[in-house]
Design a binder for this molecule. Structure first.
Ligand SMILES: Cc1cc2nc3c(=O)[nH]c(=O)nc-3n(C[C@H](O)[C@H](O)[C@H](O)COP(=O)(O)O)c2cc1C
Ligand code: SF4
Ligand code: SF4
Length: 254
């Protein structure tokens, strides 16, 4: 079994790691790592994790599946999708894609985690509420592992009712948001000190430094990683001001 994931601010990585820990498997591998393709080729059973964006798969994950479609043929995939509140068919989105490449979908698991959109006040919860979300997700993971081991894997996000909920609950109205990479990332140059942290973290190589200021391009997959790690809180995407930088380390082990 191998765990493969994409994670902007650490939620999904944390959940896939937790899941795999009950199987004594090695650490999961990010799709950003060039070794991910070889790891998938070598393993029959795959745990695939990603965060939900507007009830859809992040563009970087969709592209990874399409670009490497043939290596998935004949694999058995269990899908973990993390979200702030609601996805409808979060696991189903990639399940439908993967089936086209000859994958057998074993199961799906939806996990509510702290919302990573740090620049929209309405989505922010208290530290205690976020810590509780993580604890609940940990319990849910343990339960899902037990069920998988007993041959009754959870099927969240996979049937037609989830599909309808995801489509009409959100995806239909926001489909354009995840169709392409975005050029909407904003950097406040009055705050930016040109430290380059955002440049080194971006999975899309979407940032560069010019005249000691960070400059965004048009390939942002909206993962919120740079936004959550900028020491100057200089980066925003959906909102105008950072309310709280969301990182999994803030919510575990406290
Ligand atoms: C652009 C964007 C859109 C999002 N859309 C949704 C959504 O539709 N439903 C939801 O419950 N959470 C949504 N979220 C929240 C994330 O799915 C959630 O915080 C996830 O656990 C982040 O995982 P990560 O830390 O692995 O990146 C969205 C986050 C971003 C950045
Ligand atoms: S992390 Fe923030 S301060 Fe550092 S270069 Fe990027 S935008 Fe500027
Ligand atoms: S620019 Fe920031 S939010 Fe966009 S993909 Fe890169 S790290 Fe993620």
């Amino acid at each position: 079994m191998v765990g493969v994931y994409f994670s902007g601010t650490g939620n999904t990585k944390y959940c896939v790691e937790k899941f795999l820990s009950y199987f004594n498997e090695s650490q999961p591998i990010s799709i950003e790592n060039p070794d991910a393709v070889e790891a998938i080729k070598k393993s029959k059973n795959i745990i695939l994790g990603y965060p939900i964006q507007y009830s859809n798969i992040p563009k970087i994950v969709r592209d990874f599946i399409h670009q490497n479609g043939t290596i998935f043929k004949g694999k058995k995939v269990f899908i973990i999708s993390t979200m702030g509140l609601f996805s409808g068919d979060g696991a189903g989105c990639s399940a439908r894609l993967l089936k086209k490449y000859g994958v057998t979908i074993v199961g799906g698991l939806h996990l509510k985690m702290p919302d990573c959109i740090g620049d929209v006040k309405a989505l922010k919860k208290s530290l205690e509420a976020n810590q509780q979300l993580v604890k609940n997700a940990e319990d849910k993971i343990k339960n899902a592992v037990d069920l998988l081991k007993r041959g009754k894997p959870t099927q969240e996000g996979l049937n037609v009712f989830y599909h309808i909920a995801g489509l009409f609950g959100q995806r239909l109205w926001f489909y354009g948001k995840t169709k392409n990479y975005t050029s909407k990332l904003k950097i406040d140059h009055k705050r930016c000190i040109g430290c380059g942290i955002c440049v080194s973290l971006c999975p899309m190589s979407n940032l560069s430094i010019s005249n000691q200021k960070a400059i965004p391009s048009n390939k942002c997959t909206m993962c919120y990683r740079c936004i959550s790690n900028c020491p100057q809180k200089a980066i925003t995407l959906l909102g105008k001001k950072i309310i709280e930088q969301s990182l999994i380390e803030n919510y575990v082990g406290k």
